[in-house]
Design a protein around this ligand. Structure first.
Ligand code: NCD
Ligand code: ZN
Length: 343
């Protein structure tokens, strides 16, 4: 049996929510990953250190007994964020970064930033304290085609921020286009990107061809095949500017299978296995460990993990849902087989 042993990975972008959903999804992440960057887009958003520490306690309380999973917290950047909150965050060992959502770009982003020039003083403060800025990189102009929103954001807002704040550490989250990959490759080592399993495994036909399949709907939306090829190339290149971030984003099944379905794919149930499939298809399994376990830690200036995990080449069938019959989450590849299994 083929086995792959790698340093225990970390997930550098995940939504674990709170309440009942948190209890359903957290064990999946805690089983595979040592640490994860926890997104702050709760309702209401996590905007202060006090709120983030309370959220962290809720996550720790929801962990399976004996787990030493470490949630790395982030704060949601808004136009109302106080400069003093950035200093406070920098001085708190549990807060790793700020997350910026353009207002209205995605799930729970209403409190996000509408005018980037209005938050320059906040970006300067992040740069000063060397706190990473995590960006959802899409413009929200309703006249911009949804398939072009990331590319336009890179050309405009991101280019502007990177020039104005040359030492600001930035993670362009869940990149989905050739243009975003090229931008990250051309900039300095202070700019990196995460890549999700769904954007490595699927193109937009999975979402739209032969019927509308809402469980492939996430933001930024899955693009055409040529973009997927660029992402595969970046992820398997060994370039440390690209690392693992699942963007696992659970929504209850009925809110996705809906006339106005929510954006977000749930992938935490099989995250590392899904990446292993993508890397194997590209004949690059030897590059998985750097992408999954080294480069993110290096970028965040955290120690690499000491433990390992092992995967075997065994196929298993993903259940149709997680949760109970009434209230549940439909995972990526529900009812389908996955070829790798974590031991
Ligand atoms: C995320 C969510 O549901 O919180 N959805 C998504 O489609 N990725 C938000 C986000 O990261 O954009
Ligand atoms: Zn996300």
């Amino acid at each position: 049996m083929k086995t792959l042993t790698i340093t225990k990975p970390d997930d550098w972008h995940i939504h674990v929510r709170n309440g009942a959903v948190l209890k359903t999804v957290l064990p999946h992440t805690a089983k595979q990953f040592a640490r994860a960057i926890i997104m702050p887009n709760l309702k209401p958003p996590v905007t202060t250190v006090v709120q983030a520490l309370a959220y962290r306690s809720e996550i720790l309380a929801a962990l399976p007994l004996g787990s030493n999973f470490n949630p790395l917290m982030t704060l949601y950047l808004t136009a109302q964020t106080e400069l003093s909150e950035i200093k406070k965050a920098a001085e708190t060992e549990f807060i790793q970064a700020f997350k910026m959502y353009p207002a209205g770009a995605t799930t729970n982003s209403d409190a996000g930033v509408a005018d980037i020039s209005g938050i320059y003083s906040l970006l300067a403060e992040l740069e000063k304290y060397d706190l990473p800025l995590l960006i959802h990189g899409e413009v929200t102009d309703p006249n911009c085609d949804i398939f072009d929103r990331e590319r336009l954001f890179v050309d405009t807002t991101l280019t502007e921020i990177s020039h104005k704040f040359p030492n600001l550490r930035i993670v362009l989250e869940h990149v989905t286009t050739t243009e975003a990959v090229e931008f990250v490759m051309q900039t300095g080592s202070n700019i990196a990107a995460t890549i999700t399993p769904q954007h490595l495994l699927y193109n937009r036909n999975a979402l739209l061809a032969g019927g509308l399949r809402p469980h492939y709907y996430c933001l930024p939306i899955i693009k055409r095949e040529s973009h997927r090829q660029s992402l595969i190339k970046a992820a398997t290149s060994g370039n440390p500017k690209f690392f693992l971030g699942t963007d696992s984003a659970p929504h209850l099944t009925h809110t996705k299978e809906n006339a106005c379905g929510c954006a977000g794919c749930y992938s935490a149930h099989a995250a590392i296995e899904l990446y292993a499939e993508a890397f194997e298809q590209a004949d690059a399994l030897d590059k998985l460990e750097g992408f999954a376990s080294f480069y993110g830690a290096d970028f965040y200036r955290l120690p690499r993990n000491a433990d390992t995990i092992s995967l075997t080449k065994t196929s298993w069938r993903v259940p149709p849902y997680y949760g109970d019959e009434v209230s549940n989450i439909t995972p990526l590849k529900a009812g389908e087989e996955i070829n790798w299994k974590i031991l």
